[in-house]
Design a protein around this ligand. Structure first.
Ligand code: AKG
Length: 326
């Protein structure tokens, strides 16, 4: 049992806390909902003839089948937020009772409060990641939701207000045991002390640290985790995730929280109070209210066709490029 979460978090830029969640009560319901979505996708995209066979496949086989089926934006059906671009009235996102329960889970909030204090909001910068073995992915697949995630800091994907004023904590939750072999996260030791460094769109089209080659000379630590553990990350910790070289799926959810009364950095996506000394401040009490917030946000984004944006490169000039800082 970790005695002082805040000290360790400040010292390392991350903290791995064991056995916070219960698989049956807290996590299996999310997996059940993912399977429900999978079945819905199957009913919409697979012919009735094929359906008979596929409906009895297990999770792994069914998802693999669907991912080969050229379903447009398959990962968006499982994404726990609106897509970044090309928003339209039909833009789908995955929001369910089990996810709302996870975001508002008291066991998670208790740990978060050790760092942020009791006034906590859910931040809409959140993802689900269903990662098949890399060998099943197309060679040029570049998307951190399904393949490896490039080197980045989480503050780097917030807008300027968020970068400046938001105390953001990532809460990374494995739904499967996560190891070096199946693509756990890798963190650069003590890199949270560097502050925000420059990010840009890398060669593969994903946001990443500018001058990431400098990381080769820095020491890194793999963030392996068991089901039930959570990993909290400082917004300036430089991290990435490794490719899934195993034969099994690697599934995780990353949620984020910030101090209430701070910008989310992803306006107008829903940020809502999940913990407060004043219970009256907790207005979103069930998942239907939460989904309504996402729908309302979607309508605000329709005109501009994007749901969130951040400036890239993060800084003009090279002063904050990693090689010039370390
Ligand atoms: O799970 C992953 O692949 C990466 C997660 C990550 O980088 C994050 O949550 O910030």
């Amino acid at each position: 049992m970790i005695k002082n979460i805040k000290n360790l978090f400040d010292q390392q830029g991350f903290v791995r806390i064991k056995n916070v969640l219960n698989f049956r009560d807290d996590l299996k319901p999310v997996i059940n909902d993912i399977e429900f979505i999978m079945n819905r996708v199957m009913h919409n995209f697979v012919t009735s003839q094929k359906k008979k066979k596929i409906q009895n496949y297990d999770f792994k086989k069914k998802y693999t089948y669907l991912s080969k089926h050229k379903i447009p934006e398959l990962d968006q059906f499982f994404n726990i937020r609106l897509p970044q671009n090309n928003i339209n009235t039909n833009s789908d996102f995955f929001a369910s009772q089990s996810l709302f329960n996870l975001i508002t889970n008291k066991k998670i909030l208790k740990k978060i409060s050790k760092i942020l204090g009791c006034e906590i909001s859910s931040n809409p910068c959140q993802n689900s990641r269903i990662k098949q073995p890399e060998k099943f992915l197309k060679k040029d697949f570049n998307n951190g939701l399904v393949g490896k995630t490039p080197w980045h800091q989480d503050a780097g994907v917030l807008n300027i207000k968020g970068q400046k004023y938001t105390d953001l904590i990532t809460c990374w939750i494995p739904l499967t045991k996560t190891t070096v072999a199946n693509g756990c996260m890798l963190a650069v030791e003590k890199s949270h002390n560097l502050g925000l460094v420059n990010h840009h769109t890398g060669n593969n089209g994903q946001v990443e640290i500018k001058g990431k080659e400098a990381i080769d000379k820095m020491s890194t630590v793999p963030l392996e985790a068991n089901v039930g553990d959570i990993i909290l990350l400082n917004k300036h910790l430089i991290h990435c995730s490794l490719p899934n070289k195993s034969n099994n799926f690697r599934i995780s959810i990353d949620l984020r929280y910030n101090k209430s009364n701070q910008p989310s950095g992803r306006e107008p996506l829903p940020s809502f109070i999940v913990s407060s000394k004043n219970q009256k401040k907790i207005k979103v009490k069930n998942y239907k209210q939460w989904i309504a917030l996402w729908e309302k946000a979607k309508h605000k984004c329709l005109q501009r066709k994007w749901s969130y944006k951040y400036q890239l490169p993060t800084f003009k000039g090279k002063k904050r490029d990693l090689p010039n800082i370390v």
